[in-house]
Design a protein around this ligand. Structure first.
Ligand code: SF4
Length: 67
């Protein structure tokens, strides 16, 4: 888990992001492997395929508004 950002930030941004795609779902297993409904689990940027260790451009834009 990346300690640079708070859980609240990671969840808040992912929760509103249109591009969120869960890493496990993206691997082709679908959301069933997560054992929760797609709309039900907690979205977090660090679980997103676009996260790339904090390099996501959308995240970088959004995080500016948190400071
Ligand atoms: S990592 Fe980027 S694309 Fe993924 S949910 Fe966060 S802001 Fe959106």
């Amino acid at each position: 888990m990346d300690k640079k950002y708070t859980e609240k930030q990671l969840q808040g941004i992912a929760g509103e992001c249109q591009k969120f795609e869960h890493i496990i779902a993206a691997m082709g297993y679908g959301y069933s492997l997560l054992n929760v409904a797609e709309d039900d689990y907690v979205r977090r940027c660090t679980d997103c395929v676009h996260w790339l260790d904090g390099a996501c451009g959308i995240f970088k834009q959004e995080i500016l508004q948190w400071k």
